[in-house]
Design a protein around this ligand. Structure first.
Ligand code: DX5
Ligand code: ZN
Length: 232
């Protein structure tokens, strides 16, 4: 079953407890937290103290997306703050293999992310040491951007790479996910959907998450019936 990870980036930062309660009540699987440093991406969001505060309010696994330069130095800090999973960008890591091992040794699950302009081949050598491959479906930095369709082929390629490696890593997608794009990304091989704007600007958070679940199930049905679409 496809997992749903609402991104708090589009929630009311002055009322995160309410946002967390709403997504928990709606049956979300993980909570996605976007950490930005104003260097790797042109935006600045939240850091360890806020993550620690979120952790106190939620029973769900915290999926921490580190859009920061040199994440290596921050791994233990975010782990102590409550991160259950940490995803780093291949574009931001000088020693990616070391950083991913460090995440796992901290006790968290390790994810690696690629920007829309980064080929999937960049993660070939570390595919055996990750639990998550986060394919960015927008350029990271902001919520509410439009889905970039050329990433669909990369989702399929990442899923194929994981299959060949024989691991149970999941493909996560992040950016521009709504009721329509959810079908396509799941058919292409996504196992985790991050959604911010779609969930938190909806009249009902519960209905939005319910719709994403239904659309993901449709994507799974199409993948089983028609296979992964051929996208070059
Ligand atoms: C973007 C972040 C996303 C963002 C997605 O840089 O990594 O997690 O919240 O937002 P939507 O779903 O609004 O595109
Ligand atoms: Zn994110």
């Amino acid at each position: 079953m496809t997992l749903i990870a609402p991104s708090l980036l589009s929630a009311d930062f002055a009322n995160l407890a309410a946002a967390i309660a709403a997504v928990e009540a709606a049956g979300a699987d993980w909570i996605h937290v976007d950490v930005m440093d104003g260097h790797f991406v042109p935006n600045l969001t939240i850091g360890p103290p806020v993550i620690a505060a979120i952790k106190k309010r939620s029973h769900l696994p915290l999926d921490v997306h580190l859009m920061i330069e040199d994440p290596e130095t921050w791994i233990d800090v975010y782990r102590r703050a409550g991160a259950d999973m940490m995803t780093v960008h291949v574009e931001a890591c000088r020693h990616l293999d070391r950083t991913l091992h460090h995440i796992r040794e901290s006790g968290a699950r390790a994810g690696v992310s690629i920007n829309p302009a980064t080929p999937v081949a960049m993660i070939q050598e570390v595919i055996g040491v990750v639990d998550l491959v986060l394919v960015m479906t927008v350029n990271p930095g902001f919520g509410a951007q439009s889905f970039i369709r050329s990433t669909l082929g990369k989702i399929s390629s990442a899923a194929g790479m994981i299959r060949r490696a024989g691991t149970s890593a999941l493909v996560e997608v992040d950016g521009g996910i709504d009721g329509a794009t959810a079908v396509d990304v799941v058919q292409a091989g996504a196992g985790v959907l991050v959604a911010g704007n779609y969930v938190f600007t909806a009249p009902s958070v519960g209905e939005a998450i319910g719709t994403l679940r239904q659309r993901a199930a449709e994507g799974e049905r199409r993948r089983n019936a028609e296979g992964v679409p051929r996208i070059v």
